[in-house]
Design a protein around this ligand. Structure first.
Ligand code: GLN
Length: 483
């Protein structure tokens, strides 16, 4: 039998159901993998083996109503877990243990999942490479000299390296899909409002969503079903029934109409990524879908709009980290105001400071209309592009990232090039629509390539169905890095 840490959640659930294995066996398998690999990867940040065993031992008896009973899960470090370190990989939250659980954590626990620990990320989810973490860079398991993507780089790397069965990440501009693509795993950003954000430490509140990082599409469907649904603690979560994704995605995709936006085949798109896309399109046509070129005319403005809206919201959300309520407090300060200043000076990294300055500028009187308000108007145009497209198409496919994983340090000196790594993912956040990235090939250097499937609001089922059928017709998701 394959080692348990290499299996998916649905495969493990099948083994648990016939009584072949126990939750302790699974955790031991995962813990061994962590011991062998994480010193090289640095994917995990807060993790305590003894607590993991306590949690497994405290599991209630097996109960068929608990969808994830006995399955271990890792959580991105910006999702609150009661009495556990939750630091957003930032020095300013040093030592912070929230007094409450995020709603997704309660849902996981109610469904019998075993919380393992926290995964590394870009500081406050600001980044595309996991290089801005105060705990150091996470490495890509396919090539340790390369970044795993970001900001949920720790989550994607630990799942790809079989140090985890699956994980939860967060996606504000691509932070689940882009690292999933660069690490060769599946990453899903749900529709805005599908999953409660209560307990997710906010980056940009109108863009953030929590979502699954998994080894295959079926696990993404399983996890999405568990974490979705209305929550009275998050007024932006939407009260719509949660479909039974794991069974619905297995239906066929015949005659679905899929759009291929011309605006995504830009200069700078890596040739091997382009070739893999072409092959994926052919494969999807062979599955019975009809693929057609189409336009999303305002795509070229997405990066600019995103970096105005996201930094504006971030500058406001980060105002609460002042040394009074959470985490770090400077001991050098001579006065109250000095304490704010010194705490923020030593607590935030360069990228966080850059975003606070950019966002504060865009919101300041005199510039608000010219930048922030204008960005909101263009955001509406981007959203309308998708509304129009989904009148005609069931889904849209694009590459997830314009390039495969780049080298550590390659883009850190030039924030603008780094910002362009999200060029294909951020529109979905601006429009609030769901998107999934699935493995669709490898470069000659053996680096994974991802395919992005976008859908209309609350139609995760269709994009997961296309992704599932595609996966059944390919083997890309089965390849694993040798580490
Ligand atoms: N890379 C993007 C940024 O730096 C998106 C990050 C995210 O989705 N959290 O803002």
């Amino acid at each position: 039998m394959r080692e348990l840490n290499t299996l998916t959640a649905h495969e493990l659930i099948a083994l648990l159901n016939i009584g072949d294995i126990s939750p302790i066996d699974i955790c031991k398998g995962v813990l061994d993998a962590i011991k062998n690999k994480d010193a090289k990867l640095n994917a995990l940040v807060h993790f305590d083996e003894n607590k993991v065993f306590e949690r497994v031992n405290a599991l209630a008896k097996k109960d068929g109503t608990k969808a994830l009973w006995g399955i271990p899960i890792f959580i991105k470090d910006n999702i609150c877990v009661r009495d556990e370190l939750t630091t957003c990989s930032s020095k300013i939250l040093d030592g912070f243990c929230p007094p409450y659980n995020a709603t997704v954590i309660d849902k996981l626990s109610q469904n019998g999942a075993v919380l393992m620990g926290k995964t590394n990320m870009d500081e406050f989810a600001f980044g595309s490479s996991t290089e801005t973490s105060c705990y150091g860079t996470t490495r890509n398991p396919w090539d340790l000299e390369r970044i795993p993507g970001g900001s949920s780089g720790g989550a994607a790397a630990c799942v790809a390296a079989d140090e985890a069965i699956f994980a939860l990440g967060s996606d504000t501009g691509g932070s689940i899909r882009q690292p999933a693509s660069l690490c060769g795993v599946v990453g899903l950003k749900p529709t805005y409002g599908r999953v409660s954000r209560y307990g997710l430490i906010a980056f940009a509140s109108s863009l953030d969503q929590i979502g699954p990082v998994t080894k295959d599409v079926e696990d993404a469907a399983l996890l999405l079903k568990v974490i979705s649904g209305h929550d009275s603690m998050d007024s932006t979560s939407v009260n719509k029934p949660v479909p039974d994704y794991p069974s619905l995605i297995k239906r066929d995709v015949k005659a679905l109409k899929i759009g291929i936006p011309r605006q995504y085949f830009i200069e700078g798109l890596d040739a091997e990524v382009k070739d893999s896309m072409r092959e994926a399109i052919k494969r999807i046509e062979d599955m019975g879908c009809v693929c057609e070129d189409m336009d999303l005319p305002h795509t070229e403005f997405a990066v600019s709009v995103y970096y105005l809206v996201a930094t504006a919201e971030a500058s406001s959300n980060l105002a609460r980290f002042d040394g009074v309520q959470y985490g770090l407090r400077s001991k050098q300060a001579k006065s109250f105001i000095d304490m704010y200043k010194k705490t923020r000076q030593i607590g935030f990294g360069d990228e966080a400071k850059r975003r606070i300055i950019l966002g504060t500028f865009a919101l300041s009187s005199g510039y608000y209309d010219a930048y922030y308000l204008r960005a909101l108007k263009v955001r509406t145009l981007i959203k309308r592009d998708f509304e129009d497209a989904f009148k005609e198409f069931d889904a849209i496919i694009t590459p997830t990232s314009p390039t495969p994983a780049f080298r550590i340090g390659e883009k850190t000196q030039d924030p603008l090039t780094m910002y362009l790594s999200d060029i294909f993912t951020i529109s979905a956040n601006l429009a609030g629509i769901p998107g999934v990235s699935v493995p669709c090939g490898f470069t000659r250097d053996n680096l994974p390539i991802g395919l992005q499937i976008l859908g209309s609001p609350f139609d995760e089922e269709t994009i997961l169905r296309i992704a599932y059928n595609y996966e059944q017709n390919t083997d890309w998701h089965k390849k694993r890095p040798k580490i």
